[in-house]
Design a protein around this ligand. Structure first.
Ligand code: G3I
Ligand code: 9MR
Length: 553
């Protein structure tokens, strides 16, 4: 078909570390060899046989892959195959993912609620303060004796969840955790990072400074009278395409939910241990977070099945989750690690909990990730073999998908859901845990493939990270990027990615180019179902880009 013929050579548009596995996709043309050309000299510096053509089902495309992993010399190159245009130029560099990682974190700064972004930090994306959130009303669905409907509370800071201006505890949970885990696993890498955010230069690493912006908001979402946590802070309906300061409708905290309480408990327990060493800079913060975590946990014990029910008058995102075993497991695991209280391990029901690719609605593996990282320090009740085994079992399954895939990726047709790029990077996080546990090189290479996939080795020849790659996402569903009058989108955000359901079809003036799962992507502002950004999609990009930069030898 013409769509397939139009696709040329595709690879990670940003390039590779010298030690990275390096693959490119080549259309199924007659040629059987490839060469790598040094851009400066025009000379061939590497050559090899293409792998036999095979079909990748999610794209319904036949490709033959080029493997040039053995080329390790820093430089700028292009891939050449007879019968196809040369690839885009790409680099091999020692710092290949340093700027990407910094931008993926700075994106959170660009999404700060209650903040004026100054030109000295935000450059051309400077903007006035939006959403002070010092006058937030308790919605009828959240009313209690101590806080009746209409009670005014202050709930400032936090990040806008996505392309919209609301704040939701559930996806804040996995997002904030993933940043904290990145720091906990690779502290030296982040210690030296300067993001040029307002807090830069203080004694706290910028990644933690950024996480604190959201943690401080999350703390305000807990009702001090009972430990329960509001599900979200929102206006009644989604705003138009306006800047934050122009979106001034009334804000509400809406209904407490069990998912919110448990995600909050897990994140606060994690933060209490990560921030403990900054007692001097943040006096009392670690203890306060641990107490907040425990009271949210207790609320969830007393209210174990409060599912979020969207009230009639509220039309914004739901993050409705009816399956809460994974939230209980995650919260109990983090509380166990933070308190060393064995009763939390028992409450986690570890033996009957599996591992899955993490997402906002399924957080169980966040617990496994933390348990595995801390395994050497756990008390005797924790089953070390079980912990390592859960991660390895899942990683092994994913690895077999990866090694059997024509594209050399782990994504399968069913993975093309709303936010599919975060599925790819969630798989990457699992591979990286397996690699950290057992050092088997395949796991690092499989993780590399997940980053390659979102940076261009995919079926739409696109780097999904704004500002990174020669052909990258230009029109994300992100209100500030849509409303600021600046052509280039705010950099460092990853788009949700292809998925075939196209729930935004009726809101889009143009059709998607394809309905094939891996090709169902529309780079248009209208496309909230394939081209929105979200903090819980950026967070695994932060983790994976840092981990590959640190671990690849
Ligand atoms: O669970 C089913 C699964 O069994 C099935 O195979 C799959 C097929 O598509 O659907 C799954 O449910 C999907 C669910 O996400 C979980 O992945 C729904 O179809 C899908 O509509 C739903 O999308 C969510 C979307 O909101 C609409 O509710 C996204 O996960 C979620 O990331 C997104 O979040 C929005 C907020 O509501 C509002 N703010 C922006 C944010 C990002 O777009
Ligand atoms: O902008 C909204 C986006 O953040 C959500 O993810 C999406 C799905 O809930 O909804 C978007 O808002 C759209 C609304 O649902 C329907 N009318 C058009 C809105 C986008 O401009």
């Amino acid at each position: 078909s013409p769509a397939v013929a139009a696709l040329g050579i595709r690879l990670n548009q940003l390039g590779f570390l010298p030690g990275s596995a390096k693959w490119a996709l080549v259309p199924a043309v007659a040629a059987s060899r490839f060469s790598v050309i040094d851009v400066a000299s025009g000379e061939e510096v590497y050559g090899g046989d293409l792998m036999p053509a095979a079909t990748w089902e999610p794209a319904e495309e036949s490709v033959q892959r080029a493997d040039f992993s053995q080329l390790t010399r820093a430089g700028e190159y292009q891939l050449r195959v007879a019968g196809v245009a040369d690839s885009r130029p790409f680099k091999i560099a020692e710092d290949a993912y340093v700027a990407l990682n910094a931008a993926s974190i700075k994106a959170f700064y660009f999404n700060r609620n209650s903040a004026e972004l100054l030109a000295e930090h935000a450059g051309i994306y400077a903007r006035p303060l939006g959403h002070p959130d010092t006058h937030v009303l308790v919605h009828a669905s959240a009313a209690s004796a101590e806080r009746p409907e209409g009670t005014v509370i202050a709930s400032p800071k936090g990040w806008y969840d996505a392309g919209d201006y609301n704040k939701y505890i559930v996806n804040s949970g996995i997002s904030t955790y993933s940043l904290l885990a990145a720091y906990e696993h690779f502290p030296e890498f982040f210690a030296g990072q300067n993001l040029n955010i307002p807090e830069s230069g203080d004694a706290i690493p910028d990644l933690l400074n950024e996480a604190l912006w959201n943690l401080e908001w999350m703390l305000t979402m807990q009702d001090p009278h009972d430990g329960g946590v509001y599900h979200k802070l929102t206006n009644e309906r989604f705003d138009g395409v306006v800047m934050p300061h122009e979106a001034t409708s009334e804000r509400y905290v809406v209904q407490k939910s069990t998912a919110a309480a448990l995600d909050f408990a897990a994140v606060m327990a994690t933060a209490s241990r990560v921030l403990a060493k900054y007692e001097e800079q943040l006096p009392g913060m670690s203890a306060r977070m641990l107490a907040a975590a425990e009271s949210a946990w207790q609320w969830a014990q007393a209210n174990p099945a409060v599912i979020y029910q969207q009230p009639e008058d509220i039309k914004t995102g739901e993050y409705g989750d009816r399956q809460l075993d994974d939230e209980f497991f995650w919260a109990a695991s983090e509380l166990y690690i933070a308190t060393r209280n064995d009763s939390y391990y028992a409450a986690s029901k570890a033996a009957s909990t599996s591992a899955t690719v993490p997402s906002w609605g399924d957080v169980r593996s966040l617990g496994w990730i933390s348990l595995a990282h801390h395994r050497a320090q756990l008390s005797e009740v924790a089953d070390q073999e079980l912990i390592v085994g859960r991660i390895e079992t899942l990683a092994k399954q994913l690895r077999s998908v990866w090694s059997g895939s024509a594209y050399g990726v782990t994504m399968q047709t069913d993975d093309f859901i709303w936010g599919s790029n975060s599925v790819a990077l969630g798989q990457g996080m699992i591979f990286l845990q397996a690699y950290r546990l057992n050092g088997e090189r395949d796991y690092l290479d499989a993780a590399q493939s997940t980053l390659d996939y979102v940076l261009g080795r995919n079926a739409v020849d696109t780097s999904f990270v704004t500002g990174f790659g020669q052909k990258s996402t230009l029109h994300p569903h992100h209100r500030p990027s849509g409303a600021d009058g600046i052509e280039a989108p705010i950099p460092g955000f990853i788009a949700g990615g292809p998925q075939p359901r196209q729930q935004d079809k009726d809101d889009c003036p143009e059709a998607y180019p394809s309905a094939i799962p891996a090709k169902s992507y529309l780079d248009h502002y209208c496309s909230y179902a394939s081209n929105e950004i979200a903090i819980n999609w950026n967070a695994p990009l932060v983790y994976v880009s840092a981990a590959l930069q640190v671990l690849t030898q």
